[in-house]
Design a protein around this ligand. Structure first.
Ligand code: ASP
Length: 375
């Protein structure tokens, strides 16, 4: 009996040793993987000098967001819906402002502000993404860090709850700038990101919009007058992309954009939102820009980079450059939409050539300015 008893005891001792070895091994593994897989915390640790954090703070930080541009008319909007939009815009921008006020990076402010709009069914991004022609949801997003011109983008993802977070992962933890579709989702799994069932993006109102757009398209095709099929998307089919630009207390700019694209899009169409230089651009030397509108025209006009280039090469101010591109260059091609932007001095622009653009701005003093319709 005693022998048996000691044998059990010895086994327990062995087990204990094994557990200790395993715990140590796991600890080393976790430490090692953290070191090689930077998170936003690591990014801030590396990029924000601790001493600088306590001493050199600029008073010029600021943040600007948009929630899409289009035929947004007061007469079509109920008071309760208007209020609902304003509430989410305010919640999102206050979140980003709080991050900046506490000394966080513009990259964090942009990402977490966009997360709030992605989680709202009101906007065409994340939860509220519009439907493709095949009744699926394909989401695009991109993010850019103006301090080093690093960027990350994803396109055509169908199972990512917050595509802007995956764009951030691409930027921080891959050697690539842009990943697409299934491959992007496989990468998300390697980053321990949770995949959602595609039904997460289902909404009856978005499906209704799709059916309306398809019906309109069929009516137009069968009508003799519109056989030219000029506009494959209804004007109302591109609402609600979300975007954010920010300047932090260390003079760093960042920009991000997230979208479900355009209702009724087909053939794995990708718009401007995930394309660096078209829908998103940030450069500490000039400005940070996030765009919204008819993506094909924004790609052809390379909108976000063109605004930066006009500042860099021609010496225009941010608002002059944004006006030139949004009020002249894009409409000259036949496109419409808008941008939000901020420069390194904290000057901002919220330029659009449509009837409205959901938008908000907060400066370092905390003054909040929310708008929906044309002034
Ligand atoms: N620019 C987006 C796209 O073309 C749509 C939008 O901004 O509403 O995919």
């Amino acid at each position: 009996m005693n022998k048996g008893f000691y044998a059990i005891f010895e086994d327990d001792q062995k087990k204990l040793v094994m557990i200790r070895i395993l715990t140590l091994f796991t600890l080393f593994f976790v430490l090692f993987s953290c070191k090689n897989n930077p998170t936003l915390d690591d990014f801030e640790e590396k990029n924000i000098d601790k001493e600088q954090k306590d001493t050199v703070k600029s008073t010029n930080f600021g943040i600007v967001i948009h929630g899409g541009a289009g035929t947004i008319l007061k007469k079509n909007m109920s008071d309760s819906l208007e209020k609902a939009y304003q509430e989410v815009l305010e919640k999102a921008i206050r979140k980003g402002h709080e991050i900046l006020a506490e000394g966080g990076s513009s990259l964090r402010a942009v990402t977490e502000t966009i997360n709030i709009m992605e989680d709202s069914p009101l906007f065409n991004a994340g939860k509220g993404a519009v439907f493709t022609h095949d009744e699926t949801n394909e989401l695009d997003a991109s993010l850019m860090d103006g301090s080093n011109l690093n960027a990350g983008a994803v396109a055509g993802v169908t199972r990512i709850k917050n595509p802007i977070n995956l764009a951030l992962e691409v930027m921080l933890n891959s050697e690539h700038v842009m990943l697409y579709g299934k491959g992007a989702e496989e990468f998300a799994v390697t980053r321990n990101m949770e995949l959602v069932d595609p039904s997460y993006f289902y909404s009856e109102s978005r499906l209704r919009s799709l059916k309306k757009v398809i019906k309109k398209e069929q009516d137009e095709l069968s009508s003799v007058h519109s056989a030219s099929f000029e506009d494959p998307y209804s004007k109302d089919s591109k609402f609600g992309t979300v975007g954010c630009v920010a300047l932090d207390q260390y003079g760093n700019l960042a920009a991000g954009t997230s979208t479900g694209g355009m209702t009724n899009k087909r053939f794995n169409r990708i718009g401007d939102a995930p394309i660096i230089g078209a829908g998103t651009y940030a450069n500490n030397a000039t400005c940070a820009i996030s765009a919204t509108g008819w993506g094909e025209f924004f790609i052809r006009s390379v909108v976000a980079h063109d605004i930066s280039a006009l500042m860099e090469y021609k010496g225009l101010t941010l608002s002059e450059a944004a006006e030139e591109v949004i009020q002249r260059k894009v409409p000259a091609l036949g496109g419409d939409g808008g941008v939000v932007g901020i420069d390194r001095e904290g000057n901002v622009t919220m330029e659009f050539n449509t009837a409205g653009m959901y938008r908000a701005h907060m400066n370092s003093e905390g003054t909040l300015n929310i708008g929906i319709y044309k002034k």
